[in-house]
Design a binder for this molecule. Structure first.
Ligand SMILES: NC(=O)c1ccc[n+]([C@@H]2O[C@H](COP(=O)([O-])OP(=O)(O)OC[C@H]3O[C@@H](n4cnc5c(N)ncnc54)[C@H](O)[C@@H]3O)[C@@H](O)[C@H]2O)c1
Length: 263
C-alpha cells in the first residue's frame, strides 16, 4: 500500500512526527496540520486548533482528496481547561468533520486518545455533555459539573480523551457512509509532552506505569499501531480503541485485584 494522501494533525512533533516518518517510508504523500511547521520536508498547514475560524479557513488548503486522516494533535491539562477541551476534542472534531468531506468510503480516520480515556463508561455523563457542546463557551458551561474542584484542567484532559473514544465509536461508519474510524490510546510515551504530564499528574501516578511495563513507550511504537489501523490489514476493525501501553494498565489492574482478592 503506497501512494495514499495522508493528513496528519500534530505532525510537527512527538508521535505525530513519527507517524509522518512512517507514512513517508511507505511511499505516501503527507500533509501536516499543526500550529508549528514540520521539521521534515513536507507541506504544513499552520493552524491553531483552538481557533474555529482558523480551522474553517485551513480546510481550503487541504488536498482535494484524502485517504487517511490521523488526528495526533493534543495538549495536556497543564495548558488549562479551555485548551484541554478545545484542542483535544472540539477542534479535533471540527477539523475532522471538514476533512472527511474530502474522504471516500474506503478511507479511514485514526485519532490519538489516551489510556486516561479508557474508563469512558465511568465518565459517560461528562462525555455526553462535551459531545453536545459545539463551541468552547458551551463546553465550559456543560462540562463544569464534571470537573472536580482543584482538578479541573487535569480532569478536562481525561474527559476530552474519553470523549474522543466515544465520538469515534459512534461516528464510525456514519460520518462518511462505511468509512472506518478508530482510536489509539497510548500510555506514557517519550515525547516533549511527557514532561507536561509529569508536571501535572506527577511521578506518583506515572512511575508505577513505567515500572509495570519496564519503560515508557517510544513514539515510533505508537506510530506503528496507527499505521496498522490505517492499513487494509485492519479492514474489519472500526469504532475500536487500541491501547498501546506495554501492558501498564494490566499491571495496575493486577495490583488492584491482588489487594482486593487478598482482602
Ligand atoms: N506523550 C504521551 O505520554 C501521551 C500519552 C497519551 C496520549 N498522548 C497523545 O498523543 C498525541 C500526540 O502527543 P505527543 O506526545 O506526540 O506530544 P507533542 O507535544 O510532541 O506533539 C503534539 C503536537 O500537537 C501540536 N499542537 C498542540 N496544540 C495545538 C494547537 N492548538 N493547534 C495545532 N496543533 C497543536 C503541537 O504543535 C505538536 O506538534 C496527543 O493527542 C496526546 O494527547 C500522548
Amino acid at each position: 500500500m503506497s501512494g495514499r494522501t495522508v493528513v496528519i494533525t500534530g505532525g510537527a512533533s512527538g508521535i505525530g512526527d513519527k507517524v509522518v516518518e512512517r507514512f513517508l517510508d511507505d511511499g505516501d504523500r503527507v500533509v501536516v496540520v499543526d500550529r508549528n511547521p514540520s521539521p521534515r520536508d513536507v507541506p504544513t498547514v499552520i493552524v491553531d486548533l483552538m481557533d474555529p475560524a482558523a480551522i474553517d479557513a485551513a480546510v481550503n488548503e487541504l488536498p482535494e482528496t484524502i485517504d487517511v486522516l490521523v488526528n495526533a494533535a493534543g495538549i495536556s491539562g497543564k495548558s488549562g481547561v479551555d485548551a484541554a477541551l478545545a484542542v483535544n476534542f472540539l477542534g479535533m472534531r471540527r477539523f475532522a468533520e471538514h476533512a472527511v468531506k474530502r474522504m471516500r468510503m474506503e478511507s479511514n480516520v485514526v485519532t490519538i486518545a489516551s489510556t486516561v480515556g479508557f474508563e469512558w463508561r465511568k465518565r459517560i455523563e461528562g462525555v455526553k455533555a462535551l459531545l453536545r457542546s459545539q463551541t468552547l463557551e458551551e463546553a465550559r458551561v456543560n462540562v463544569a459539573p464534571f470537573l472536580p474542584e482543584g482538578q479541573e484542567s487535569f480532569e478536562a484532559y481525561n474527559l476530552a480523551k474519553a470523549t474522543v473514544i466515544v465520538w469515534t465509536m459512534i461516528s464510525s461508519r456514519q460520518l462518511v457512509q462505511g468509512m472506518r474510524m478508530n482510536t489509539v490510546s497510548p500510555g506514557p510515551t517519550e515525547t516533549p509532552l511527557l514532561q507536561d504530564f509529569y508536571d501535572s499528574i506527577g511521578e506518583d501516578q506515572l512511575d508505577p506505569l513505567k515500572e509495570f511495563a519496564g519503560r515508557h513507550g517510544r513514539p515510533e511504537e505508537i506510530a506503528a499501531a496507527i499505521s496498522f489501523l490505517a492499513s487494509d490489514e485492519a479492514s474489519w476493525i472500526s469504532g475500536e480503541d487500541l491501547v498501546v501501553d506495554g501492558g501498564a494498565e494490566g499491571g495496575l489492574l493486577r495490583q488492584k485485584l491482588e489487594a482486593e482478592l487478598a482482602g
